[in-house]
Design a protein around this ligand. Structure first.
Ligand SMILES: NC(=O)c1ccc[n+]([C@@H]2O[C@H](COP(=O)([O-])OP(=O)(O)OC[C@H]3O[C@@H](n4cnc5c(N)ncnc54)[C@H](OP(=O)(O)O)[C@@H]3O)[C@@H](O)[C@H]2O)c1
Length: 254
């Protein structure tokens, strides 16, 4: 591996690391030699994920239970990670949910729930870790937004609004922290096969219809985010901040 891409002696926190894209990104960081803590709300599933990752690539993965919508829990898990690692160099701000319902049918509670986790939660984590990194005078924050933070998608009003907001939060934080050595970028995945997309993947008709809309004609495999996440986390992207890196099989080029 080129030394610019190495994450040796780098310490990372991945929210939503118990499954899906977060799990795959945690694995990628570990493979690039980072020490990684993974965060989610359900301890048993999280412990199992940490154990599985540790066995798979023969590194320690630290499980930290927290709900990103709770400022006190976000503070506590950040402190715990720093206590364990001594520092924090990389934040993958990835925890998120999706609720599908057209705008005129979506309940206020559904809309608020999505915004609360995907946007307020991401803000709380980025703020808490950002404060620490600003003091440390180094760090890379990667906010996991989405292709639908850039383009609209019918039936996902809360989700698209939350991800568009996260891209703007990324740009503003990037400007605020550029002078203190902290880079803030957004990763915008397109359609990947994870639990979040099971309702589409498992329904043959919906799946066929959706795949027809993907220019590359297939879903992405979470492992296909490895290169992008290592790039954004490492010195290989040292002059990059406030950017959105899109990995979407061509979707947003339509
Ligand atoms: N899959 C895609 O195609 C796709 C495309 C674009 C963007 N994304 C984004 O990528 C991220 C990961 O998606 P995914 O597909 O991997 O979803 P997923 O398989 O459903 O995983 C979501 C992860 O987030 C955690 N999480 C949810 N709410 C949380 C909370 N309040 N506090 C802490 N952790 C929480 C979940 O664990 P617990 O439920 O146990 O807490 C789980 O670890 C999301 O932000 C999503 O919007 C996904």
């Amino acid at each position: 591996m080129l030394k610019e891409f190495s994450l040796e002696q780098r310490f990372a926190l991945v929210t939503g690391g118990s499954k899906g894209l977060g799990y795959a990104m945690a694995e990628a960081l570990g493979r690039a030699s980072a020490e990684v803590a993974i965060v989610s709300r359900h301890g048993e599933e999280l412990d199992a994920a940490a154990k599985k990752l540790s066995v798979k690539i023969n590194r320690r993965f630290l499980p930290l239970v927290a709900d990103v919508t709770r400022a006190d829990q976000v503070e506590a898990m950040t402190e715990e990670a720093i206590k364990a690692f001594g520092r924090l160099d990389i934040l993958i701000n990835n925890a998120g949910i999706n609720i599908r319902n057209p705008t005129i049918e979506m309940t206020e509670d559904e809309f608020r729930q999505i915004i609360d986790i995907n946007l307020v939660g991401a803000f709380l984590v980025a703020r808490t870790v950002g404060r620490y990194m600003a003091e440390q005078k180094s760090g890379s924050i990667i906010n996991v937004a989405s292709m639908v933070g850039i383009v609209g998608l019918a039936g996902r009003p809360g989700y698209t609004a939350s991800k568009g907001g996260l891209i703007q939060l990324t740009r503003t934080m990037a400007l605020e922290l550029a002078q203190v050595g902290v880079r803030v970028n957004a990763l915008c995945p397109g359609p990947f096969v994870t639990e979040m997309n099971r309702p589409l993947v498992d329904d043959p008709e919906k799946n066929k219809e959706f795949v027809q809309r993907i220019p590359m004609g297939r879903w992405g495999d979470p492992q296909e985010l490895a290169g992008s996440i290592i790039f954004l986390a490492s010195d290989a992207s040292s002059f990059m901040t406030g950017a959105t890196l899109v990995v979407d099989g061509g979707w947003t080029s339509q």
